[in-house]
Design a protein around this ligand. Structure first.
Ligand code: DLL
Length: 444
């Protein structure tokens, strides 16, 4: 225990930020959801022209909701609905009554803009504080926040949640990795927040600087904003000497803290059902799926004032479970997000997510976990090639690299069942991430 403020008892204690809400009986959650859902549908219908049009076109009004099961009769909301209402027409609150705007960069065209009232910001900070506490952060912890500050919700989302929990925030943002390592060493934070790919970059830079980062006090990593495999988790745990915990969220719904793993089980992310209603649908038929089935996650906000989101299609592929968790929290769990349905590649009839390739690469000796996938056309079909780096200090003649590539190709084929081109690269040749890693270069 490197942090002097934290005693062993604090560390092990079954600490919850918001015990009453986090352990509410499932029946009480259902009752609360119904009441809040009714409020949210009404708020959307009465204040946002987009929702009025969409509900009218589907032949429903908020009165149609007799129980939460009736939500299935309401229309979905998709990202283009936000773009079509750019910048402010999706808001249920006049702009001059908002407290903050965020936006997602958007690869093409206009960004997606999201707004918050002061009350929304307070609830967001509360949910992020709840998430962080569940992940093992404690009041008094120094928390090194390497999520990017700015329009991205990661930086400020983690910042305000950590302050609410009572942590001492280091608002370093992303980038300047050598300075990050210096401050990790000098300040001795108990918690590191960043994307998993950036955490790996930090570990590597620390090793290059001769800093034994695994020996530092940092004991929890709150990693999210991109898919990452269990193999990557084991790698981060080992190299950084901490317990890595997965945190999920998206700006359209709030930002980070929509769901988070507990550090007790690290087996699925508790989705905060007092503020959100989670469904999983079949992305083809759009029909709701039963608990446990894999499909697209759809989220409805229950308490958002500025921007109620009704049945927002996240494009994220996962499954839900309402099996009780050993931590005592009663909120359902979102099993880890495999990837986005728009990141899914179809290679000769086989569905492949980048995180599956990652799981193969991270498990192989002699390889570093830095990789990038190129998607290209081979005749009429899609094909992939994978750039992966060898570990520093491993033999790196052209013949060694070719042999290594052959071995990796073989593993990808036998584990995932797809043929790929593989290019083994020398250390440092694959681009490093400072935020969300670009895992797939689409060269079709
Ligand atoms: O990435 C919010 C966030 C910041 C979450 C920091 C966690 C930590 P957006 O930029 O709107 O918001 O991107 C949201 O990122 O739909 C998922 O596809 C992906 N994503 C976020 N968290 C995870 C995760 C933030 N833990 C999109 N696992 C989401 C897998 C994730 N994918």
């Amino acid at each position: 225990m490197g942090n002097p403020q934290i005693t062993q008892d604090d560390f092990e204690a079954d600490f919850m930020f918001d015990r009453e809400a986090e352990t509410m009986p499932r029946k009480a959650i259902a009752g609360l959801q119904q009441e809040r859902l009714s409020w949210s549908l009404r708020r959307a219908y009465e204040n946002v022209p987009h929702y009025r049009r969409a509900f009218d076109a589907a032949g429903v009004t908020p009165d149609r909701l007799k129980s939460t099961a009736d939500l299935r009769h309401f229309p979905f909301t998709v990202k283009t609905d936000l773009r079509d209402n750019y910048p402010f027409d999706i808001f249920a609150t006049p702009v001059n009554k908002l407290a903050r705007l965020h936006a997602s960069s958007g690869t093409t065209g206009k960004p997606t803009v999201v707004g918050y009232t002061a009350g929304d910001l307070d609830r967001w900070a509360g949910l992020m504080a709840r998430s962080m506490a569940g992940a093992g952060a404690r009041p008094g912890d120094i928390l090194h926040n390497a999520y990017g500050y700015g329009l991205f919700t990661g930086g400020l989302g983690a910042h305000c949640g950590a302050e609410k929990l009572g942590c001492v925030v280091v608002p370093i943002s992303g980038g300047g990795t050598e300075r990050q390592v210096m401050l990790l060493k000098d300040f001795g934070p108990g918690v590191l927040c960043s994307t998993p790919s950036y955490a790996l970059n930090i570990a590597e830079v620390a090793e290059g600087m001769g800093v034994d980062i695994a020996a530092l006090p940092v004991r929890r990593g709150l990693f999210g904003a991109e898919p990452w495999s269990n193999e990557m988790r084991a790698e981060l745990d080992r190299r950084l000497g901490l317990k890595s915990v997965d945190v999920y969220g998206l700006s359209e719904i709030m930002g980070p803290g929509v769901a988070c793993e507990c550090d007790v089980a690290r087996d699925g992310l508790h989705g905060w059902e007092d503020h959100f209603l989670f469904e999983v649908i079949d992305p083809e038929t759009l029909e709701p799926l039963a608990m446990g089935e894999v499909g697209e996650l759809v989220i409805t906000t229950l308490t958002k004032e500025a921007m109620p989101m009704i049945r927002y299609r996240t494009r994220d592929i996962t499954r839900l479970t309402d099996e009780p968790c050993i931590c005592g929290r009663t909120h359902l769990r979102i099993m880890r997000v495999t990837g986005r349905d728009d990141d899914m590649m179809i290679i000769r009839g086989v569905n492949v997510y980048p995180s599956q390739i990652e799981a193969v690469l991270v498990g192989l000796d002699g390889l570093s976990p830095h990789y990038q996938i190129r998607l290209f056309k081979q005749g009429a079909l899609d094909a992939i090639s994978v750039d992966v780096e060898i570990l520093p200090g491993t033999p790196d003649s052209d013949a060694d690299l070719a042999a290594r590539a052959q071995q990796v190709r073989h593993h990808i084929k036998s584990v995932i069942g797809v043929s790929s081109d593989v290019c083994a690269k020398r250390p440092g040749e694959v681009p490093r991430s400072e935020g969300k890693a670009v895992r797939v270069l689409d060269q079709r």
